[in-house]
Ligand binder design. Structure first.
Ligand SMILES: Cc1cc2nc3c(=O)[nH]c(=O)nc-3n(C[C@H](O)[C@H](O)[C@H](O)COP(=O)(O)O)c2cc1C
Length: 221
């Protein structure tokens, strides 16, 4: 591969397939149609997903851009039943606490038509939980680590959808407990739990309408 030294840094020639404008339009529209079919599900099948698939998904996520190319992530792939149960119990405990909070009524109305569920059995049924952990550069934060983790997690969800699998993103309520369960080092913090697997036979998802272009984009031409 052709290389060049620019100000003491090695650059390599980058080759990418490019297309004419009509093909670019078609490819972007086709991918939109494909991504519109992605949904977050709790109705997982317990069907086995080989470790090789998870390895490919994680490696895909790790192609994400990151601040200073630090790749400040560790993907903890959990199929161990005891750890999955521990994560489920912790999630259910946190959800119950939220429901008991005096402000819960307002929050529940805010969530409508979604029904926050205290039953987190999907965290056990899904064959894999990927706990995305953020690395901290002690004592300072790694440059733009949170943004980098968000992008990598989005790419992970896209890769899962592309593989014909489904996912549920679960926000971390008790980072310290999950960190201890996984035995992660001091410089790592659990960021998200992403449950991965096949959808169950009858898998229902909330009927949602996504915002239209005029509600999400402003063009300055
Ligand atoms: C950080 C994060 C946490 C989420 N936590 C939950 C959750 O606890 N329970 C749940 O049912 N969905 C959860 N979701 C999924 C959202 O409800 C879902 O993405 C949203 O309703 C849009 O639906 P869709 O992903 O099927 O398009 C979460 C999503 C994100 C990004």
């Amino acid at each position: 591969m052709k290389e060049k030294n620019i100000n003491g840094y090695i650059f390599q020639l980058y080759k990418k397939d490019t297309y004419d404008t009509p093909q670019v339009i078609k490819k972007s529209a086709d991918f939109l149609r494909f991504m519109e079919k992605r949904r977050s599900v709790t109705g997982f099948s317990d069907k086995y997903v080989p470790r090789e698939v998870i390895e490919n998904l994680v490696l895909t996520a790790s192609t994400a851009p990151s601040g200073g190319h630090k790749q400040p992530w560790t993907f903890c792939a959990v199929s161990n039943n005891d750890i999955k149960l521990g994560i489920r119990l912790e999630a259910e405990k946190a959800e119950k606490e939220i429901h008991q909070d005096p402000g819960a009524e307002v929050w529940l109305k805010e969530m409508y038509p979604l029904q926050p569920i205290t039953d987190k059995s999907f965290l056990e049924t899904a064959p894999w939980l990927i706990v995305v952990c953020k690395q901290k550069g002690l004592p300072q934060e790694i440059f733009h680590a949170t943004e980098s983790l968000g992008i990598a997690s989005g790419m992970l969800l896209t890769a899962i959808h592309n593989a014909g699998l489904v996912a549920m993103t679960h926000g971390i309520s008790s980072a310290q407990t999950i960190k201890a369960m996984l035995g992660r080092p001091a410089n790592e913090e659990p960021f998200l739990v992403i449950a991965v697997g096949y959808p169950g036979e009858e898998c229902y998802v909330p009927k949602l309408i996504r915002k239209g272009l005029k509600d999400i984009a402003v063009f300055y031409e």
